[in-house]
Design a binder for this molecule. Structure first.
Ligand code: FAD
Length: 361
């Protein structure tokens, strides 16, 4: 195999993993970002490396199983930047999903992981939950279920990924916006046109727009859904999964350290040119749901910070999304002459996606 000159556009988790995988095969790789690595969606995730337990009720069994295997890859890649966390579902009277149903879901999740399972699912009495979470509202509590999943130490993990890319001689070019691509391997930076044997469009939520402005047809388009998170000054011994009352949605509460938790996420349709921020309404919504479950509610002053990101949800050009939560987070790869475009994906599947793209190259 002869070494190729490759340009990767976008230094989010997908672009970095693609660049590293290509460079590890001996190709010469330049990785461009209009800002710096991990500055956009990849910095705004829920920090889980997971199969996505909620996709089980949407019947996306294959997707969940695949992601659970990819989760295992992260545990081996960065054991010190990943940890297993137990997630508890408290169930209240009148909840949309009862505790037996949730327990069944967690058992399926564990079974799908097979030998890659990171811990057993459990059924809990009300007393169990009161013991683990003394601050949980007890009125109407009907016990619950719990399962294990993987959470990343975000700062450490991105450092690992950037170090790995540099160790493979990936040349990272920051603050350089690519204005235009072409299928023959040329890209336009603000001040020059560069030529490559292969161009990989990994611009995340902006991948479809970059093709559009370049006048390149695609079979895929991206829907944008904003998700916001809050970081709160609060102490939780374990992670919680809350059912948003009256909705099918679930909200995660993940301890970051002994004094802070991550709370999220919302799901709002997003117009790409709009600012990607957590609005006051989203902030109030998230805090409101958490407080409905706490005997000593948190105050807005306990919000340390907030952040938002846009999920790139890929779909064929002809389809429309009827239900955002039910849409898959699958990725698609499209090859047009010397151009490969990547749409969608998630943190958990990024390394595997990188290997798939490198194999195509
Ligand atoms: C709220 C939320 C929670 C999530 N939680 C999880 C989770 O817990 N676990 C999980 O596995 N996944 C999660 N995801 C999904 C995951 O975070 C994303 O799918 C993933 O980060 C997308 O990475 P990316 O590299 O494709 O995009 P990005 O990280 O957005 O990277 C794209 C890069 O391209 C650059 N760029 C764009 N246009 C140009 C251009 N013209 N020229 C140069 N550079 C350009 C941008 O600056 C950006 O850095 C979550 C997503 C959201 C929004």
């Amino acid at each position: 195999m002869s070494a190729k000159r490759i340009a990767v556009i976008g230094a989010g988790v997908n672009g970095v993993c693609i660049a590293t995988a290509c460079a590890s095969l001996g190709h010469r790789v330049m990785l461009f970002d209009e800002s710096k690595p991990f500055d956009q969606t990849s910095s705004a995730s829920s920090r889980m490396l997971h199969g996505g337990i909620r996709y089980i009720e949407h019947g996306r069994i294959g997707l969940v199983r695949e992601a659970l295997i990819e989760r295992d890859g992260w545990l081996h890649f960065a054991p010190d930047a990943t940890r297993v966390e137990r997630f508890y579902f408290p169930v209240y009277q009148g909840a949309q999903r009862g505790r037996w149903l949730l327990f069944a879901g967690t058992l399926i999740y564990q079974w799908l992981a097979g030998r890659f399972s990171v811990g057993r699912s459990q059924l809990h009495s009300t007393e169990d939950l009161e013991q683990v979470f003394p601050n949980l509202v007890t009125r109407g509590l009907r016990g619950g279920a719990s399962y294990c999943d993987v959470v990343m130490d975000y700062e450490l993990l991105i450092q690992r990924l950037v170090d790995e890319a540099r160790a493979q001689d990936v040349h990272i070019v920051e603050n350089t916006r690519i204005h235009r691509l072409c299928r023959e391997g040329r890209i336009d930076t603000p001040d020059q046109t560069l030529e490559f044997d292969q161009v990989i469009n990994a611009a995340g939520p902006w991948a479809a727009r970059l093709l559009e402005v370049s006048g390149i047809d695609s079979n895929f388009t991206i829907d944008h859904v904003r998700g916001s998170h809050l970081i709160l000054k609060a102490s939780f011994p374990e992670a919680l999964v809350l059912q948003a009352p009256g909705e099918r949605r679930i909200i995660f509460v993940i301890p970051l350290d002994t004094e802070h938790v991550l709370l999220g996420t919302t799901e709002q349709k997003h117009d790409l040119p709009d600012p990607i921020i957590c609005t006051d309404a989203e902030s109030a919504y998230l805090l409101g749901i958490l407080n409905q479950h706490l005997s000593e509610p948190l105050a807005p002053s306990d919000i340390v910070s907030s952040f938002a990101g846009v999920r790139p949800i890929v779909r064929p050009r002809v389809a429309t999304i009827a239900n955002i939560s039910a849409a898959s987070r699958d990725s698609e790869i499209e090859v047009t002459d010397r151009l490969i475009s990547v749409f969608g994906g998630k943190w958990t599947s990024a390394r595997h996606l990188g290997e798939k793209v490198a194999a195509l190259v």
